[in-house]
Design a protein around this ligand. Structure first.
Ligand code: NDP
Ligand code: 2IT
Length: 447
């Protein structure tokens, strides 16, 4: 690693202690950049790396709310406005008890490169709260969202910062947040994406991340003359991204055999399709933090308590739950079992040490910032429709999503090739994402 890069990384760690996920996300990008900086010393002299790792703005605020029993609770709210060089800040909101500043900074950092890869004009941001929506009534979630937006509204806007969903934030939460924004600002604008279809939302947005992951994996498989037809697939999570991925992989002829939750994973050798996907949706909506019930409902399905699905022998792995769910031993299992393709649906689900194992194997591997970009890309399409005040059909949005994913795939391949790392999607994604943002920053003066 170049001395300059090493120094920046050391400073990031020293200046932001207790933020291991942020350190990891920065390190993953930095590992790819030596070759770029050697070719372009102007990025070093202009100190672009130091500028990129410092958020443009961090907003942290109190979110007081009252539960149905009249008891008062206080959560912490955040919005990280990381980089606006190529467009308004754009990125999701996460509501999960594990949320903290470091996790949101890693997500905002990743988002900058991801949004750059989509080719749409979106900067990077992320936000959320340590609020846990699990077990809360609709009214409690509504009161929380209203309180959260009562502070956030002054920092966002359709041309400033456009939040969306992430873990724990889906259509219901976006509705409550939008309603409160509209009351406070007295304007109906595309300030959030993932909206309901009757009030400015885009068709396909709910499915987009999962569909996009599978479109991306389809392109990866094509490079070795293969397809999803007849493949067995392991999916983790059973949320929004997992749901879209299971649907699309099944449609393309694959058999998805696993799903997971915080309680463990289920293995269904018959495949998870049709009514089983419907059941999975109901299970999710039931507000229960578990997948075990699936194995009680469907004969032949096994539940493995406290385990992750990466020991199951499959052709394709699609991690769609959360960060660092694939560790070194999991990577070794996947390699040993002959998995040919690992395509990330979640953000940074593979730990950097596990990635180093995979990099030495023959497995095709795509980082989430490239392969899960279909969600935010379709958010970008929602923003376009809102600006034009014209909705597009399902087919039109799906076709654009498909084109964008194919384009991102090709950008990764050609960039990796150009910078001497053929077939390495990580280097391709990091370098291509970086170049566009870095050049925009240079064009705009000392920002
Ligand atoms: P959901 O809330 O719909 O689902 C999240 C899934 O992950 C659930 O199965 C959840 O289980 C599980 N999960 C969450 N946190 C943990 C944890 N700490 N340990 C174990 N399991 C956990 O979120 P999404 O499907 O939207 O997001 C999944 C991943 O995809 C995240 O990494 C997100 O950042 C990423 N992503 C999402 C996009 C989107 O458009 N929504 C776009 C791009 C990436 P349970 O609910 O039972 O806790
Ligand atoms: O991680 C992500 O890309 C998202 N959660 C979606 C962000 C968005 O603005 O649609």
């Amino acid at each position: 690693m170049l001395e300059h890069v090493r120094q920046v990384l050391a400073e990031v760690k020293a200046k932001n202690p207790a933020e291991p996920e942020f350190h990891q996300a920065v390190e993953e990008v930095m590992e790819s950049l030596d070759v770029v900086l050697q070719k372009h010393p102007e990025y070093i002299s202009s100190n672009i790396l130091r500028r990129m790792v410092e958020p443009e703005r961090v907003i942290m605020f109190r979110v007081p709310w009252m539960d149905d029993q009249g008891e008062i609770h206080v959560n912490r709210g955040f919005r990280i406005e990381m980089n606006s060089a190529i467009g308004p800040y754009k990125g999701g909101l996460r509501f999960h008890p594990s949320v903290n500043l470091g996790i949101l900074k890693f997500l905002a950092f990743e988002q900058v490169f991801k949004n750059s890869l989509t080719t749409l004009p979106m900067g990077g941001g992320k936000g959320g709260s340590d609020f846990d929506p699990k077990g809360k009534s609709d009214y409690e979630v509504m009161r929380f969202c209203q309180s959260f937006m009562s502070e956030l509204f002054r920092h966002i806007g359709p041309n400033t910062d456009v939040p969306a969903g992430d873990i724990g934030v889906g259509g219901r939460e976006i509705g409550f947040l939008f309603g409160q924004y509209k009351r406070l600002r007295n304007e109906f604008t595309g300030v959030l994406t993932g909206k309901g279809i009757n009030w400015g939302g885009s068709l396909i947005r709910p499915e987009a991340t999962g569909f996009g992951v599978v479109y991306f994996a389809q392109e990866m498989l094509k490079t070795i003359g293969q397809s999803f037809d007849g493949k067995t697939v392991a999916v983790s999570g059973f949320g929004n991204v997992a749901w879209g991925a299971v649907q699309k992989a099944t449609e393309l002829g694959a058999k998805v055999v696993t799903l997971s939750g915080p309680d463990g994973f289920i293995y269904d050798k018959e495949g998870i399709s049709g009514e089983k996907i419907e059941y999975m949706l109901k299970l999710r909506a039931s507000n229960k933090d578990a997948v075990e019930d699936y194995a009680k409902e469907f004969k032949g399905a096994e539940f493995h308590a406290g385990k992750k699905p990466w020991g199951v022998k499959v052709d394709v792995a699609l991690p769609c739950a959360t960060q660092n769910e694939i560790l070194v031993d999991d990577a070794k299992e996947l390699v040993k079992n002959g998995c040919v393709c690992l395509c990330e649906g979640a953000n940074m689900p593979t730990h950097i040490d596990a990635y180093h194992i995979i990099r030495e194997s023959k497995m095709l591997y795509a980082p989430g910032k490239a392969s899960n970009a279909g969600g935010v890309a379709t958010s970008g399409l929602e923003m376009s429709q809102n600006s034009m005040r014209l909705p597009w059909s399902r087919d039109e949005v799906d076709q654009r999503l498909h084109e964008i994913m194919t384009r991102i795939h090709n950008t990764c391949i050609t960039t990796a090739e150009k910078y001497g790392a053929p077939g390495n999607y990580v280097d391709g994604a990091n370098i291509a994402g970086f170049l566009k943002v870095a050049d925009a920053m240079l064009d705009q003066g000392l920002v």
